[in-house]
Design a protein around this ligand. Structure first.
Ligand SMILES: [Zn+2]
Length: 271
């Protein structure tokens, strides 16, 4: 009888302790503090982590312009970069992403690609110093006929960014809707801009962003024929191994999105 009582007493005690622990955990663990569950967590191998999905952020201008969400205020970009650094993210280039997704190359545990569309002057004046400060690197998609014109990067600035470790990629010559062009005009946009970038920067250009995110099967074929290996869209989501390399999704970043929304987009592939 005594032994039986002890068993019950111990069980009640253990149960109460469990409830207390559960209560404490619920009380102290806000949702933000819980590690997000990745659908396909990276696998660690000798050469690094193998990923099947990677967030590719995209921005445009980096300056304060009220009412234009395409212009990211520098202090908001700084806040996001600070968050990325605190969370242990490492910026990689599209070249790394391509090797990682399609050739199984090892990558950092928390890789992220940060891209800028159009090649605005403020990417050099406002973003570049912040990237240096926080220890990140970016990819710029350049409209080659706009280089050196008002509000856009110059060739010497692009060379400085290249020397500073930024990746320079294509965004056509004149930023047209590629889906509206004749075959010859399409080929000219893709080939001429690629050659200008390669001549000016002395390195191969293998990656492209579709202007306005507009593409179709014919555009993809022309992109492939022009020698590009990978192209990014404006479709919502992370770059995924299961997708075609010419249809990589990206994560849109916009003014006043807030750090919580930024965090949500880079921690959930299905945001
Ligand atoms: Zn663009």
């Amino acid at each position: 009888m005594t032994n039986y009582w002890f068993v019950i007493k111990n069980r009640v005690g253990a149960c109460a302790l469990s409830l207390l622990l559960l209560f404490l955990c619920m009380g102290c663990g806000s949702p933000q503090e819980q590690a997000p569950q990745e659908e396909n967590p990276p696998v660690q191998e000798a050469g690094g982590f193998v990923h099947t999905q990677i967030p590719v952020l995209y921005y445009h201008a980096v300056r304060l312009e009220e009412g234009n969400e395409l212009c990211m205020p520098p202090e908001q970009l700084a806040e996001q970069l600070n968050y990325l650094r605190e969370q242990g993210y490492r910026s990689i280039h599209l070249a790394d992403l391509y090797e990682g997704l399609y050739a199984g190359a090892g990558l950092p545990e928390k890789p992220i690609v940060i891209t800028f569309d159009d090649g605005y002057l403020d990417n050099y004046e406002n973003a570049w110093p912040l990237f240096q400060k926080y220890g990140f690197s970016a990819t710029v998609f350049v409209i080659t006929d706009a280089v050196g014109t008002s509000g856009y990067l110059t060739w010497p600035q692009l060379q400085t960014l290249r020397d500073g470790g930024w990746e320079i990629a294509g965004h056509t010559a004149t930023h047209p809707y590629l889906t509206d062009l004749s075959v010859s005009a399409l080929q000219d946009e893709l080939a001429r801009s690629k050659k200008d970038l390669e001549d000016q920067l002395g390195q191969p250009v293998r990656f492209l962003a579709y202007p306005y995110g507009a593409y179709n099967a014919g555009v993809m074929q022309a992109v492939r024929d022009s020698g590009y290996q990978l192209a990014v869209t404006t479709e919502r989501g992370w770059a995924q191994q299961k997708d075609s390399a010419l249809e990589m999704k990206r994560v849109y970043c916009y003014a006043n999105m807030g750090l919580a929304e930024f965090e949500r987009r880079i921690t959930r592939a299905d945001y």
